[in-house]
Write a protein that binds this ligand. Sequence first.
Ligand code: CA
Ligand code: CA
Length: 79
Amino acid sequence: MSAKKSAEELKSIFQKYAAKEGDPDQLSKKELHLLIKAEFPNLLKSSSTIDDLFKELDKNGDGEVSFEEFQVFIKKISQ
Ligand SMILES: [Ca+2]
Ligand SMILES: [Ca+2]
């Protein structure tokens, strides 16, 4: 099995965590943190923090990460 996650898997991961609180189609910072901690724990060992990552992903600055904004993260981890 490849360590990389498929687009399908990433979408279901996004939906699973986005549905935890507030808007079920948007990831709050807390939801993003839970997602990273559970699914991509090695990312937390790198220099970028959840705060930085969240700021980078939340392009429109509404305090939530939509699936569209999440694509940036998917590109980042699939490099
Ligand atoms: Ca949410
Ligand atoms: Ca946003």
